[in-house]
Design a protein around this ligand. Sequence first.
Ligand code: ZN
Length: 65
Amino acid sequence: MEVNKCRECGKELTHDEIGLYRRLVNRGAKDFLCIECLAAYFRISVDVLRKRIQTFKADGCTLFF
Ligand SMILES: [Zn+2]
C-alpha cells in the first residue's frame, strides 16, 4: 500500500489529514497537505482544523471512515 505524504513538507499523513484535505479542498485529490501545511494554506490555526475533523466525524462524513 502506498504511503501518502504531505506535498509541502513530506510528512507522512494520517487518515484524518487525508480526509480533511478531501473535505476542504478537493474530494478527488491525489496529493495532500498535512494539517500544519493545510492550516498555513488557509491561514488559520491547526486547532481550528482539528475541531473541523471532530465536527465532520460527528456528522458521519464518509471521508473519515
Ligand atoms: Zn506538511
